[in-house]
Each structure stands twice: as structure tokens, then as C-alpha cells.
Design a protein around this ligand. Structure first.
Ligand code: SAH
Ligand code: DHB
Ligand code: MG
Length: 221
């Protein structure tokens, strides 16, 4: 099996099950035209995020790592009318693109994109501890253990915490790796494993973005 097959199968599933929503396609086109890296979730992963947020009946979502707002759009569409999504993005150029994509989708009233280093912005949410129903961690991987700590402070019993890019082409199994992203992901997994408030798993994925995976955790206490 190879990348061509994975991409073809993703294409098939997306064609059949995800569709070609013009607002989402335009967000991808605008992000690409603005020179943003193609690091957004795939369309079928975006739909999975959307479905998971709906399954958990999320009314408040926190996202760490906005890029052009593609995952943000999928998640915001899962919210009820009075729902709120706060997304943190360090790169102001990415945030500008994301804000335009969110506005074009008519979702600006639900989405609050905050610009800055996530570790600077997260303490500003401290008085909203326990508020978030659903958290998507998808920024700089070396900080994943810190993002998990903050997520736990901001979560309640029942909150779902998803982490993107936890496989890194298989490098995650290398306990001797000096790659800060691999170290960050391994510490993140270890923190999830060791935290009695969490029940977690991780799943390897293949698709149009190659070989990677997600972690998924439920806050149980
Ligand atoms: N969630 C997006 C993809 C995010 S890519 C999607 O699926 O559509 C990762 C993003 O995290 C990039 O835009 C990058 O600028 C941002 N990022 C990297 N380090 C960060 C930090 N320390 N704080 C906040 N955002 C950061
Ligand atoms: C990168 C970051 C991501 O969040 C992703 O999904 C893919 C790639 C990156 O920084 O290379
Ligand atoms: Mg990612």
C-alpha cells in the first residue's frame, strides 16, 4: 500500500460522504493562495472532528493551532447557534486568513480567533476553567504536554480532548529520538497515560496527508 492508494481512497470517501461544500473549498483555496502550509486536517478528518463534536454535544470548543481556520470551520459548524469556539494562533498572517475564512462562512459570531503564543493566551482563559466541552490540540508539538495540562484545567468531566499528529511517520516509537516534536508527543502520551482523570487511546491514520494519527481522550473526573 502506498500514498497513491491512500489518496485515492480518501478521494472516494470524501466524494461519497463529505461532499464539496463551496465554503470549505474556498477556505482551502484562499489559504493556499495566501501561501499557508497545507497542514490542515483532510476533509474526511474535518468531518470526523465535526461529528465527534456533535456526538459530545459540544457548546464550547477550544482549538490550539488555527492555521487558515479549516478545522475551525468544521468544528464551528458542529456548534449550536449560541455556541462558542475559541481558537489560538501564534502567526498573525495565519490568523488573518482564518478570520476571513470564518467570516465568509458566516460563523464570525461563534468564533473567537486569538493571536499569540498559545502558552501566553491559555492563562487568560484560566477564569473559564471547566468551561470547554471539546478541545482540539494541533499547534507546535513540543508544547503538547503543556497544552494537555491547560486543557485539563479548562475541561470538565465529559470533555473530549483530541490531539493531531501523534504518529509522525512512525517516529513516535523511538524513545531515543532527539526530535523535539517526537519528544513532545511522547511526553503528551505519557501524561495522558498517567493522568487518572483521563481515559485515552490513539489511532494511526493513513490518507491524503500521509501516515499519522490522532489521540483521543475523555475527561472522566
Ligand atoms: N488546526 C489547523 C491546522 C493547524 S497547523 C487545521 O487543521 O486546519 C498548526 C498551527 O499552529 C499553525 O498555524 C502554527 O502557526 C500554529 N502554531 C505553532 N506554534 C504555535 C504556538 N506556540 N501558539 C499558537 N499557535 C501556534
Ligand atoms: C505540521 C503540523 C500539523 O499540525 C500537521 O497536521 C501537519 C504538519 C507541521 O508543522 O509540519
Ligand atoms: Mg495537525
Amino acid at each position: 500500500m502506498n500514498q497513491a492508494v491512500w489518496s485515492a481512497v480518501d478521494g472516494y470517501f470524501c466524494e461519497e460522504l463529505v461532499g464539496n461544500d463551496p465554503v470549505l473549498l474556498e477556505a482551502l483555496r484562499v489559504s493556499d493562495a495566501a501561501g499557508l502550509p497545507p497542514h490542515q486536517v483532510t476533509p474526511n478528518q474535518g468531518k470526523l472532528l465535526h461529528l465527534l463534536a456533535r456526538l459530545s454535544r459540544a457548546r464550547t470548543i477550544l482549538e490550539i493551532g488555527t492555521l487558515g481556520g479549516y478545522s475551525t470551520l468544521w468544528l464551528a459548524r458542529a456548534l449550536p447557534d449560541d455556541g462558542v469556539l475559541i481558537s489560538l494562533e501564534a502567526n498573525p498572517e495565519h490568523a488573518v486568513v482564518a478570520k476571513s475564512n470564518i467570516a465568509r462562512a458566516g460563523l464570525a459570531h461563534k468564533v473567537d480567533i486569538r493571536v499569540g503564543e498559545a502558552l501566553q493566551l491559555l492563562p487568560l482563559l484560566a477564569n473559564e476553567a471547566g468551561r470547554f466541552d471539546f478541545i482540539f490540540i494541533d499547534a507546535d508539538k513540543p508544547n503538547n504536554p503543556r497544552y494537555l495540562e491547560w486543557s485539563l484545567r479548562l475541561a470538565r468531566c465529559g470533555t473530549v480532548i483530541i490531539g493531531d499528529n501523534v504518529v509522525r511517520d512512525g517516529a513516535v516509537v523511538d524513545a531515543t529520538s532527539s526530535d523535539p516534536s517526537v519528544i513532545g508527543v511522547r511526553d503528551f502520551i505519557a501524561c495522558m497515560a498517567g493522568n487518572p482523570r483521563l481515559s485515552a487511546t490513539a489511532i494511526q491514520t493513513v490518507g491524503s496527508k500521509g501516515y499519522d494519527g490522532w489521540s483521543l481522550a475523555l475527561v472522566t473526573a
